[in-house]
Design a protein around this ligand. Structure first.
Ligand code: E4P
Length: 217
């Protein structure tokens, strides 16, 4: 399973990338706002750090305008995946841009039928949002599982990019279900290393080591 990092924070991306934890990056208008940076400038900088797909999202609502924005975003670097919303205009944009050879990430997916449409429109990635479904008492992980089954039933190549990941359990379950990619904020990815028994065990080892009075170096 590939790990994408869901942020436009260049320092956080670089830190995780140095550890080999970053297979790609996803951004969205809210994350660009949070970064306080110009979209083209920050996206170019991210593409200079990460060689895998970097999603940059269009902000128009009409296909014609989305296509123009997508082409402009795709000029930033070879590894741009143009992110479009799951609307008819977004699907139209997906079809056109994938036809031109660009990677397209169809975002804001909340149903299996939406994922089916994105695959038929040739999407490179489909982004079902787990956390936002959980927020309204629906089962985000069940959606990942259903899309996996439908895509496998028909041999669709579209990669399932599980998004809106909020917890370590989301990551585990996505891996078990067989999501192709997860995108998570840096804090969630870093948190995967934590376990209460690791901390407890390390604390005990440190106490016992101090009692030996020894040094390795
Ligand atoms: C995905 O591409 C989105 O940027 C992101 O995962 C949304 O996550 P959120 O629901 O935590 O904002």
């Amino acid at each position: 399973m590939k790990f994408f990092v869901d942020t436009a924070d260049v320092a956080a991306i670089a830190e995780l990338n140095d550890l080999g934890m970053v297979d790609g990056v996803t951004t969205n208008p809210s994350l660009i706002l949070k970064s306080g940076r110009d979209i083209i400038e920050v996206t170019r900088e991210i593409c200079g750090i990460v060689s895998g797909p970097v999603s940059a999202e269009v902000v128009s609502l009409k296909a014609e305008d989305m296509i123009a924005e997508g082409r402009k975003l795709a000029e930033i670097a070879q590894n741009i995946a143009v992110k479009v919303p799951l609307t008819w205009d977004g699907l139209k944009t997906c079809k056109v841009l994938t036809g031109e050879g660009f990677m397209v990430n169809v975002t804001l997916c909340f149903s299996t039928n939406q994922a089916l449409l994105a695959a038929k429109a040739g999407a490179t990635f489909i982004s079902p949002f787990i956390g936002r479904l959980d927020d309204i008492n629906l089962d985000g992980l069940e959606l990942i599982s259903d899309i996996r089954q439908v895509y496998d039933n028909y041999g669709f190549d579209t990669q399932i990019l599980a998004a809106s990941i909020r917890t370590a359990n989301h990551v585990t379950q996505c891996a078990l279900i067989g999501a192709d990619v997860i995108t998570a904020p840096p804090a969630v990815i870093k948190g995967l290393a934590s376990h209460v028994l690791t901390e407890k065990g390390l604390d005990q080892f440190m106490q016992d080591w101090a009692k030996t009075g020894q040094k390795i170096i």
